[in-house]
Design a protein around this ligand. Sequence first.
Ligand SMILES: C[S@@+](CC[C@H](N)C(=O)[O-])C[C@H]1O[C@@H](n2cnc3c(N)ncnc32)[C@H](O)[C@@H]1O
Length: 229
Amino acid sequence: MKFAKVKEMAHVLEPPFKEILNKDYRLKGKWREEFGNDNPIVLELACGKGEYAVGMGQIYPEKNFIGMDIKGARMFSGATEVEEKGMTNVRFLRTKIDMIASFFAENEVDEIWILFADPQMEKPRKRLTSMLFLDRYKHILKPGGTLNLKSDSTELYEYTKDESIPEFNAERSGYHFEKVFDTDRLYEEGINKLDETMQKVMNIRTYYEQMWLEQGKSIKYLCYDFKKA
Ligand SMILES: C[S@@+](CC[C@H](N)C(=O)[O-])C[C@H]1O[C@@H](n2cnc3c(N)ncnc32)[C@H](O)[C@@H]1O
């Protein structure tokens, strides 16, 4: 039932595999036309139910949001909320994030948010902050854009800040992620250092975040500015 309803929603895009296999998706480089404005494009990767795309979409009506995930049923709740609220600045894209380069053109994206993605302890290359993924983001993220990671996982947080980003910065000359915010105790102390609007953003709770908070986990948040030579 959820799959069928999602398929009918114009703001949920589910490109068939053959439409993107070895070729670019029809909206690559044309997302601003799709939204009908020149506003910044913000991606929520591994969006699940899309709490951030919907929540930030309301906080920042002057930005466009795209939630990406492979699981269509989860998107149903976010997509339904977008419909009920009559929001025009949110889309959902059902696809594998691995194919992100087929969906966005060079410098087309202003912000990337990764929220409670699986830490993928057994498969480092599948982590959404691995070198493999950072190499994909470097093409689509524009200079001055940001990369944001909010996570319960100490392993993913430490891996990102101590391994993958330093390795990327050392090995990819001309590209650099500069750390601008770092806390491993977001609600205990980090949040007080953010401005009022960002505090509102941080107080959006995803389904998984809520679960981890109920289990007493501390939440980590990293933010990087992206520089290109
Ligand atoms: C632990 S859930 C988190 C969902 C949501 N962000 C939240 O906090 O509630 C991880 C999500 O990442 C998605 N995901 C992980 N790797 C992915 C990939 N390579 N492409 C698309 N989706 C992916 C999964 O389908 C799942 O919905």
